[in-house]
Design a protein around this ligand. Structure first.
Ligand SMILES: Nc1nc2c(ncn2[C@@H]2O[C@H](COP(=O)(O)OP(=O)(O)OP(=O)(O)O)[C@@H](O)[C@H]2O)c(=O)[nH]1
Ligand SMILES: [Mg+2]
Length: 296
């Protein structure tokens, strides 16, 4: 997990600590470090900011020892995650009933799986979730959520292909509220994110359902594209928080950092496998510790 990003930090710290007395060489090393960050999925503007912040510290004579570099990096990285605001689904759902979550994301990122995982998580916290199959577009989408429903024992509200997803989701909430459901997890169709019809459809779902939270699901393995998707969905429909999937197989490492920097919205969970239990709350300190592991 995050191997390449970790290596980029380690290599930079090793190189830089051997040239601490030469300001000029140090600044060169920072430039090279920047490119290695980009190669590890750190969005270009984030990499530039890291390099600029480091260079400033060097210019100000604040980098004298190896530890100064490590400390600087830790501070810079953590800085991107502070002020993102917290988004705790459990505490939010306690005070807002019915609690409606709309899930957004392009196809194949793991949206439906994530919905099932979060449904299980919410049930474990004492809620009565209903999954809503408002993807009436892609063949198989309804069945897919039904399978998750059978496996988890969490009910699903389905409809017919071609139905208006906004109307379906609205009906699902009406239906569920009358039957004691308190958390609604609404699946939406994922197409190419640039698809105009999709965007209009999502806007309508949001207008009609008035979700408490809009969660974007992105696949870590898509690297910079995940960040572009985040930018796009946020501008088109608004995003309150993100789930990053397939982190179990993810070596580059930069996507969480880039999302924090570019989107400025909290990462709620990371997906670390295909099982329902494979959903972990994202902890920025753990992430930063992991990518800076062993650099003391
Ligand atoms: N390794 C791993 N696989 C995952 C994770 N999340 C989802 N997957 C797998 O990714 C594949 C796609 O997941 P789906 O949930 O069907 O994705 P989707 O976004 O709903 O896809 P569409 O409905 O086709 O747009 C499935 O095989 C999942 O098991 C994860 O965190 N780790
Ligand atoms: Mg799906």
């Amino acid at each position: 997990m995050f191997r390449k990003l970790k290596e980029a930090f380690a290599r930079f710290i090793d190189t830089a600590s051997s040239i601490l007395t030469s300001r000029e060489k140090l600044l060169e090393a920072i430039e090279e470090f920047k490119l290695n960050l980009v190669a590890s999925d750190v969005a270009y503007e984030a990499a530039e900011d890291i390099a600029a912040q480091l260079s400033r510290r060097v210019e100000e004579g604040r980098v004298k020892r190896r530890e100064d570099l490590v400390e600087a990096l830790r501070e810079i990285l953590l800085g991107y995650f502070t002020n993102l605001g917290a988004l705790d689904l459990v505490s939010l759902a306690r005070s807002r009933k019915p609690f409606k979550i709309v899930f957004l994301g392009v196809n194949g990122v793991g949206k439906t799986t994530t919905i099932a995982k979060i449904a299980v998580y919410m049930r474990g916290n004492g809620f009565k979730p209903l999954m809503v199959a408002a993807d009436t577009f892609r063949a198989g989408a309804q069945e897919q959520l039904k399978i998750h429903s059978e496996r988890t024992g969490i009910p699903v509200f389905t409809g017919r292909y071609g139905w208006d997803p906004a109307a379906l989701a609205y009906d699902a909430v009406q239906y569920g509220v009358g039957r004691g459901f308190d958390v609604f997890l609404i699946d939406t169709a994922g197409r190419m994110h640039v698809d105009v019809d999709l965007v209009n459809e999502l806007k309508k779902v949001v207008r009609v359902v008035k979700p408490n939270v809009k969660i974007l699901v992105v696949d870590a393995l898509t690297g910079n594209d995940a960040v572009e998707q985040a930018r796009f969905f946020n501008e088109a429909v608004g995003v309150d928080g993100v789930v990053v999937t397939k982190v179990d197989a993810y070596e580059e490492g930069g996507v969480p950092l880039s999302l924090a920097y570019v989107l400025g919205k909290p990462i709620l969970f990371v997906g670390v496998g295909q099982d329902y239990k494979d959903l972990k709350p994202f902890n920025p300190i753990e992430y930063v510790d992991r990518v800076l592991a062993g650099l003391r």
